[in-house]
Design a binder for this molecule. Structure first.
Ligand code: GYE
Length: 628
């Protein structure tokens, strides 16, 4: 059976000639097919609407990349702002037999069920705007909370010390990205300033709606606001038109999207109609590239690709208008050998050993000149190693930061030296997000949630109070902070699960065993569960429980994170009950990112790895396939 797609119709051959299946409704357009071309894959693209400039640009980015691949065909659908229509479009695409779905959504909660359904059958790439949960293959888009945070910082620096009055113009309130942008904006304004958000308008991403609603509001107010924050540039333009029509003079306007076309954010900044916008890449190009990798079943497909946003003001708009950009990346020459300096945090765990092996092996395979030095879990030593790389003039620096704080100075030195920095498996907290180029690693908060969800859902207990000992990882490290937060989030809704005490085991076997012994002496048989932030501490706890005369996995349930070989052994012998994977095999993605830097490509701000969870039964099946 062959499939050929033409604009507006689908013709599927059945061997007895072509039956014109049906004229698609005006929302569906197939991409042009040439006579007799071999088509390997058919991809469906579902758009919530093609009214918003950003959605239109997304389709343009998708088509530009699709043109480079003769063996794929794409069916584009446009739901014209109707959630019901988009659900129908997705269902129709699925019934066609597409090989992969790319979907950009507006109404996250309404679309999550159908997307989860499709994900059971074929890969799904969620593009630009998120769904709830993790039932998709890959998310490519921005960190919308971060966009709101940056907008608030821009507002604060514009308004200065006096108490400013702000009006927020939101997108579609049921959309995850509008909620996240609003949350990032409001929390930052509240935490860092005295400014007040006096009014909120929900204008559904539309320019005219924003103009009409703001005009009506301003006519009811005795004094104008000091600043407007609009979740996209279209609504920012609407705000500008409303202010202009009421002759209210200069009011600062902050938008988002930064599209480079007429009435796009870049032009609005250039024409001084708005003060600031944030380039929000659509991810269309990356979506096609990853779609092909997924369809070819390439290994190491991440779970999330978070694209970097760039702040644009009158000061730097010309760079972006002429697409020079002020990327934080130094365009390394094609012919240069690539030297990567890696400051490894230590040898504290099985994860770390597998992580180092993966980096060394990938550098070897990719012909990258790797200089890997180990800080032996000492932060000052790690800083010294990074300084050494700067002095040596390596092309790219990567490191796994021991803790979240205290990196500004050395990273500023790296930036001044024009050396991009990649964070490997752990994030940091710095004021200037441009001090690092990319983060490759896990979603630790989700790892903590997964551990707790298993406990509250799978661990049947008759006890009305389940007593938990938590063994925390290295203090102030991103994994320890995130795993604690995620676990507590789920326990918050299950008050009969109670953390008796949290003890720091520093991610090591020895410390984990020592802390568990201390807890056993203190609480003995009162302890029902141990939640360890990594396998090494869990294995140490298991030994301590046995030496105390109790049965790990039976008398005391044990949960860990990493899912390394030691965890699989303990799961298969029943001494460990559940393990959440934290993927240490970051070498291939690290080398890809470093090589992309070499040719001056903008790389994603974050690459979040895909991870699973393992019960004792799942571990027995999976054990043979594990290579760490
Ligand atoms: O879970 C632990 C290691 O940074 C994610 O550090 C990593 C953590 C991992 O010591 O085993």
């Amino acid at each position: 059976m062959t499939k050929r797609f033409r604009y507006g119709t689908v013709i599927i051959g059945t061997g007895i000639g072509f039956i014109l299946l049906f004229m698609l409704n005006n929302s569906m357009i197939g991409s042009k097919a040439e006579e007799g071309e071999k088509i390997d894959y058919v991809i469906g693209v579902s758009q919530p609407n093609l009214l918003e400039p950003w959605q239109v640009l997304m389709n343009e980015d998708l088509k530009k990349e699709v043109e480079k691949h003769d063996n794929i065909r794409v069916i584009y659908t446009d739901a014209a702002q109707s959630t019901e229509q988009q659900i129908e479009d997705i269902q129709t695409l699925k019934d066609y037999g597409i090989d992969l779905l790319i979907v950009s959504i507006d109404n996250s909660s309404a679309l999550t069920p159908i997307i989860s359904e499709v994900y059971k059958k074929i890969p799904v790439i969620v593009l630009g705007r998120g769904v709830e949960g993790y039932n998709y293959t890959l998310y490519i888009g921005s960190d919308h909370y971060f966009i709101g945070e940056m907008a608030a910082e821009a507002a604060i620096s514009f308004l200065g010390d006096k108490e400013g009055k702000i009006i927020e113009i939101q997108g579609l309130t049921s959309a995850v990205q509008a909620e996240e942008r609003s949350k990032g904006f409001r929390e930052t304004i509240f935490d860092l300033s005295k400014h007040k958000i006096t009014d909120t308008i929900a204008a559904n991403w539309q320019r005219d709606k924003a103009e009409d609603m703001l005009k009506e509001l301003l006519q009811q107010r005795s004094t104008p606001p000091d600043l407007i924050y609009a979740h996209n540039d279209a609504m920012a333009l609407g705000a500008y038109k409303a202010i202009e029509s009421l002759k209210l003079g200069d009011i600062a306007i902050i938008g988002s999207d930064g599209i480079n076309k007429e009435n796009g954010g870049l032009q609005l900044v250039k024409e001084k109609k708005i003060n600031t916008t944030f380039i929000t890449p659509t991810g269309g190009k990356e979506a096609v590239q990853y779609a092909i990798d997924i369809l070819k079943q390439k290994a190491e497909i991440p779970k999330k690709i978070i694209l970097r946003n760039h702040k644009v003001t009158a000061k730097n708009v010309n760079n972006y208008l002429h697409e020079k950009g002020e990327w934080t990346i130094q365009q390394l020459k094609e012919d240069m050998d690539l030297t990567l300096g890696f400051a490894q945090v230590g040898n504290e765990s099985e994860f770390r050993a597998a992580n180092t092996d993966s980096i060394v092996a990938a550098a070897e395979k990719e012909g990258v000149n790797l200089i890997l030095k180990n800080a032996n879990n000492n932060k000052e030593k790690q800083i010294e190693i990074i300084r050494g790389f700067i002095k040596q003039g390596v092309d790219v620096i990567a490191f796994s930061p021991k803790v979240e704080d205290g990196w500004e100075e050395v990273l500023q030195e790296a930036k001044n030296a024009g050396i991009p920095v990649i964070l490997s498996d752990r994030e940091i907290k710095v004021k200037d997000p441009l001090l690092w180029t990319s983060f490759i690693g896990s979603d630790f908060v989700e790892e903590g949630r997964r551990a707790a969800r298993w406990l509250v859902n799978e661990h049947n207990t008759v006890k009305d109070k389940v007593q938990i000992i938590e063994l925390e990882g290295t203090g102030n490290s991103a994994p320890a902070i995130g795993r604690k937060q995620g676990f507590q989030e789920v326990l918050y809704d299950n008050p009969n699960y109670h953390i008796m005490e949290s003890l720091s085991g520093d991610f090591t076997f020895a410390k984990g065993k020592e802390m568990m012994h201390k807890a056993l002496v203190r609480y003995g048989r009162e302890i029902d569960v141990v939640y360890a932030h990594n396998d090494d501490m869990a294995i140490g706890a298991i030994e301590a429980i046995e030496e105390f005369g109790l049965r790990p996995g039976t008398d005391i349930k044990v949960i860990s994170i990493d899912a390394t070989k030691k965890a699989f052994n303990a799961l298969s012998t029943g001494k460990l009950n559940f393990s959440v994977e934290c993927n240490p095999l970051l070498g291939p993605q690290l080398m890809k990112a470093a090589k992309d830097l070499k040719i001056g490509k903008e790389i994603p701000m974050k690459i979040i790895t895909a991870e699973r969870t393992f019960t004792q039964e799942e571990a027995k099946k999976e054990m043979k396939k594990r290579n760490y």
